[in-house]
Design a protein around this ligand. Structure first.
Ligand SMILES: [Zn+2]
Length: 272
């Protein structure tokens, strides 16, 4: 016990971030975590995410959705590319060509769920491959960082429909108030980027990155994509995540990493 507290103090001492508000009082767990395939991407030059490294090298990557089942309700983490892309077999996009093999709606249906069964929706940030299906859930409470919500899109208008119910967050958020699901403020890729930490009874704690890092190689080398809005904050967020992984003894799931995704079981199978 004393050792554990010492470790936490050491980790806390390495960072200027407030200690994450999970793990000490809250010891709740979620019931199930489903990994749902929500987009298949191909880019011709991976160095966009690693300036000066791997120039001209193509990459296949993924954008999954994650359905969290908690006794108080379902939370959808990330919503992938929009379901309408399933009707476009050749895919769409310039830098990355995105395709969608199966819609999110059909995969929820396979679980016996309707969009109305989802209580909360949270995405790591507002790039289109993460919020493509937000409006599948028009009545679900959006959990979004205020800085992301208020970040205007290139046309100067908001990124969410003003009528969509929303809770604007300013920092970490313990969704069910039992420590089982915590949104973590990890800005840098975008102004209000967030990651998520979930606790499972058998699988233990899992931290899902969002785009705090894009691929395992880039995480290991702490590479910052050229188009991130803030390089220093990106590096600080990666440090923060590393500290939380150590403090919580959590696994890191890197959102876009295809080899890692390929090794994960997919819905209707689940982690518990
Ligand atoms: Zn992304």
């Amino acid at each position: 016990m004393r050792l554990r507290h010492l470790a936490i103090a050491l980790v806390a001492g390495l960072t200027t971030w407030p200690a994450v508000a999970v793990g000490e009082e809250g010891r709740g767990t979620i019931e199930r975590l489903y990994v749902i395939e929500c987009g298949q991407g191909h880019a011709n030059d991976v160095s966009r995410w690693s300036p000066g490294v791997n120039e001209g090298k193509p990459i296949d990557y993924v954008s999954n959705c994650y359905l969290i089942k908690h006794p108080q309700g379902y939370l959808m983490w990330e919503t992938g590319v929009g379901d309408e892309l399933a009707a476009v077999p050749e895919g769409r996009g310039s830098f990355t060509r995105w395709r969608l093999a199966r819609t999110l709606a059909s995969q929820l249906e396979e679980l016996g769920l309707k969009a109305a069964d989802i209580k909360y929706v949270a995405a790591s940030h507002t790039h289109f491959d993460h919020i493509g299906n937000v409006e599948l859930f028009p009545n679900a409470m959006l959990l979004v960082q205020k800085a992301e919500y208020e970040w205007p899109n290139p046309l100067g208008v908001g990124r969410f429909k003003p009528e969509h119910p929303v809770t604007k967050l300013e920092g970490d958020h313990d969704v069910f108030r039992d420590g089982s699901v915590t949104l973590l403020s990890t800005p840098g890729h975008t102004p209000g980027h967030q990651s998520i930490l979930v606790r499972l009874a058998k699988s233990g704690p899992i931290l899902i990155s969002g785009d705090a890092a894009h691929f395992k190689e880039n995480w290991d080398a702490r590479r910052v994509p050229s188009f991130n809005v803030d390089r220093d904050k990106t590096l600080a967020s990666m440090d923060r995540i590393a500290g939380i992984l150590a403090q919580q003894k959590a696994q890191l799931w890197i959102h876009h990493d295809k080899p890692q995704s390929d090794a994960q079981k997919k819905s209707p199978a689940y982690y518990d």
